[in-house]
Design a protein around this ligand. Structure first.
Ligand code: DUC
Ligand code: ZN
Ligand code: ZN
Length: 479
């Protein structure tokens, strides 16, 4: 199977140039002025269009069992939405219940993901600790291509990782050469504030952001970064939503620490007014954690993006429909947390980032694809356009427009946090594993076409981190 993309402009995270691309099977085999073709090549005219690496969303939750229900988008509908938005790979999360074997949970998620249309990979969450967890982490690394482990510092009495778990797991991550990632919110404070607000009679979704103020994220971000620093481990903060957390990351990086920050398309563009002066269903549709923030935080997030403090963009796609949201009708703390966005992420970043003059096209590629590929060690197979790389590409029409709406999106839910947003510049064709997956508003990929992406550890980086830790050891005092 060969595919020629002719006449387009290639945009990578570092350069922009005109060239044709020939894909064979699932790889890019030639880049240049290609005129002599083998038989049976399908040609796509990309004149006037941009060709970029397929998007990688490092943070989704398809069919997640969570808060008494299961997220509505499964691996079939969620990855169809991803392809319609130019994203060719998602990194989802295996979340074992406390005491559940990591390997058992991993096998379960792998089975669910067999119906994926796009490529997929998994971070694995550490929700409890004993020696068997440490051992299974090793097996996941060696046998299953997992190189990152997630820690929820919130969700007390469910999946929260307390400090003792963070210390044990970060230590193990450093030993294995994997990236520890954290959802940074102080779960004790959230629990306390939720109960206080409910006792005061605040039961509606407008109380949700009050139960998770910015300081709750700031404290946890600083704590996680300090723990990682003390242990000499790197750390990746998912869905950074506050000025406090951006400041914490910048300070740590300035002091030589290896810290990565992820930001959601939603947090960059939607503010906390969605919880006020609106109907219950609309406010509940926006209940996610961390919540949407006052505008000053959005400004800090954009500055963090521009300064390189935040390197990746994601969605935390975890779609709950109106009926599921209504489970929290009498108690905001029971509203399933989550919003959708895997389809809209790149378009929103394009419109509010590139078109608004906040980022360049090359930074757009870095933020939506290459940086994630580098951090999670799938670069240059993914996140890159070069001979030998995987043929995961998006053909972007900078002249086409569209209005985002739940009426036309591929998620199964009936609301969108981006409802009505005008986009100028859209993904017209998505190529996944060398095949047309989405073209002219038609999904071509079949359920099951998605491939599991192995993410091996990047040994030299960890070798260097361990050495740096040795070098930074305090010198014992001579007696
Ligand atoms: N936040 C959400 O809003 N949903 C899923 C998990 C999370 O941390
Ligand atoms: Zn989270
Ligand atoms: Zn999440």
């Amino acid at each position: 199977m060969s595919l020629l993309i002719k006449g387009g402009t290639i945009v990578t995270h570092e350069e922009t140039f005109k060239a044709d691309i020939l894909c064979k099977d699932n790889k890019i085999v030639e880049i240049g002025d290609i005129n002599v073709l083998p038989d049976g090549v399908e040609t796509i005219d990309a004149t006037g269009k941009l060709i970029m690496p397929g998007g990688i969303d490092p943070h989704t939750h398809m069919q997640l069992p969570f808060m008494g229900t299961v997220a509505k988008d499964d691996f079939a509908s969620g990855t169809a939405a991803a392809l319609a938005g130019g994203t060719t790979t998602i990194i989802d999360f295996v979340i074992p219940s406390p005491q559940q074997s990591l390997l058992e949970a991993y096998a379960q998620w792998r089975e669910w993901a067999e119906k994926a249309h796009s490529n997929y990979s998994f971070h694995v969450a550490i929700t409890w600790w004993d020696d068997s967890v440490a051992e299974e982490m090793g097996t996941l690394v060696e046998k299953h291509g997992v190189n990152s482990f997630k820690h929820f510092m919130a969700y007390k009495n469910a999946i929260m990782a307390t400090d003792d778990i963070l210390v044990s797991s970060f230590t193990r991550c450093l030993e294995l050469g994997t990236v520890p990632t954290v959802h940074a919110e102080n779960g004790e404070l959230v629990y306390h504030l939720q109960n206080k607000l409910l006792a005061e009679g605040m039961t509606g979704p407008e109380a949700h952001p009050l139960s998770r103020p910015p300081s709750v994220e700031g404290e946890a971000a600083n704590r996680a970064i300090s723990i990682a620093n003390t242990l000499g481990a790197p750390i990746y903060l998912v869905h950074v939503s506050t000025e406090e957390a951006v400041d914490a990351i910048r300070y740590a990086k300035d002091h030589g620490q290896t810290v990565f920050g992820e930001v959601l398309a939603g947090h960059l563009t939607v503010d906390d007014s969605v919880y006020q002066n609106t109907d219950w269903a609309t406010a509940a549709a926006h209940v996610m954690s961390p919540p949407f923030r006052p505008k000053q935080h959005q400004d800090a997030l954009w500055k963090g993006v521009q300064a390189g403090t935040l390197q990746t963009t994601a969605t935390d796609h975890c779609a709950f429909c109106a009926e599921q949201k209504a489970m929290g009708k009498d108690n905001f703390a029971m509203i399933p947390n989550g919003t959708a966005g895997v389809e809209e992420r790149m378009m929103v970043l394009w419109e509010k980032g590139v078109n608004a003059g906040k980022i360049t096209m090359n930074e757009f590629v870095a933020l939506t694809s290459s940086n994630t590929a580098k951090i999670f060690n799938i670069y240059p197979n993914k996140g890159c356009i070069r001979v030998g790389a995987d043929a995961d590409l998006v053909i972007w029409n900078p002249k086409a427009s569209k209005t985002l709406s739940a009426k036309t999106h591929h998620s199964k839910i009936e609301h969108s946090i981006f409802e009505g947003m005008e986009i100028n510049g859209v993904p017209e064709t998505t190529i996944c594993n060398g095949k047309l997956a989405w073209h002219d508003n038609v999904l071509i990929a079949q359920s099951g076409d998605g491939q599991y992406v192995d993410r091996p550890v990047y040994a030299p980086f960890y070798e260097s981190l361990r050495k740096r830790k040795e070098l930074n050891k305090p010198v014992p005092v001579q007696r």
